[in-house]
Design a protein around this ligand. Sequence first.
Ligand code: PMT
Length: 214
Amino acid sequence: FQPKLLAGKRVLMTAGPTFEALDPVRGLTNLSSGKMGFALARACAEAGAEVTLVSGPVSQPTPAGVTRVDVKSALQMREAVLNHVSTSDIFIGVAAVADYRPVETAADKIKKTGETLTVEFTRNPDILAEVAALPAAPFSVGFAAESRDLDNYAQGKLSAKKLKLVVGNLVQDGMGGDTNQVVLFDAAGRHPLPLASKDEVARGIVSHISKLLS
Ligand code: PMT
């Protein structure tokens, strides 16, 4: 691993889950631990990049040299990303952003009344698609977390969101643990990486990004 593959590059990233509040004490989230995103932020910083990491609620320590912006919801994540995107060369979306948020967040704790509770959800904006569609879009990299049919869905995301690279992983391989097995999808095809620690996988992704950039 060559340490300075991204020297002089400004990398903006998202990591972790989002938390979509239902009331002051409850909300919708997912099992992303932030480990993959934080490992990638660390690998980018070690490769010489200036890294800004927009993170959902996680309990990961901030990697050395990385500027961290903490957010909770998808809307806050979008705002933080849009605030930093114009000064970024590369955008990497590792966050597991909630696709939907409650239409309303109750000001007070929801009380136990009926036998059932119905909550209406509305679509969240797709941060990655929005960034990749900007007129001066950075080199945009997405992740795809699937429970099956990884190749189809990941390749679909590559073309639908006009990305340079999609890192595909199965949820059962990548979410929560310390290791991951990913397949990289780009215009040239599919490139599987071996099962490894998230730090090693992150270095493999950095090395592939630097190859695509040069
Ligand atoms: O955090 P860990 O426990 O280490 O787990 C790592 C991981 C499994 C979360 C990670 O490797 C991963 O796959 N992240 C992407 C998870 C995901 O939500 O994928 P998706 O297929 O729903 O989204 C596709 C891409 O669009 C992602 O780059 C995502 O960040 C982005 N997106 C999705 C929805 C949305 N509203 N805005 C987005 O930017």
